[in-house]
Design a protein around this ligand. Sequence first.
Ligand code: CMP
Length: 143
Amino acid sequence: MERTFLAIKPDGVQRQLIGEIICRFETKGFTLVGLKFMKVSRELAEQHYDVHKEKPFFNGLVEFITSGPVTAMVWEGDGVVAAARKMIGATNPLSAEPGTIRGDFGVNIGRNLIHGSDAVETAQREIGLWFKQEELVDWQPTL
Ligand code: CMP
């Protein structure tokens, strides 16, 4: 079954949007299989954002993601990677459609509330970076 990695960033946590965001993925019908509330180390932040290391905003990105607690999650379901990206909305919240998380709650590209893996292969890499195998729970909703 397909899985994706999502992280509610420090701004989403500070704005008390954890419940709202989890609710959207639960009510959509995806299954939560991993959940951690944590401070991110500089090492993990740099590995996670490795693809952006040459970008001018890289240092700010790492500073920000390590600045306060983050809610790291793994969600499971058919097509969950692309669906979660759609539910999250465009990277720049000002361009994100209303009805998406960033479109409904954000205005700043550097404070865009939540990260979601952009492809199945990226999701596998990110889940491996953030979670140990034993921190993921294999289960299926029965109702
Ligand atoms: P995220 O989905 O976490 O992936 C990379 C992040 O880089 C992105 O969300 C934005 O928060 C951030 N980002 C992308 N472009 C810019 C930019 N031009 N200025 C500042 N931050 C950016």
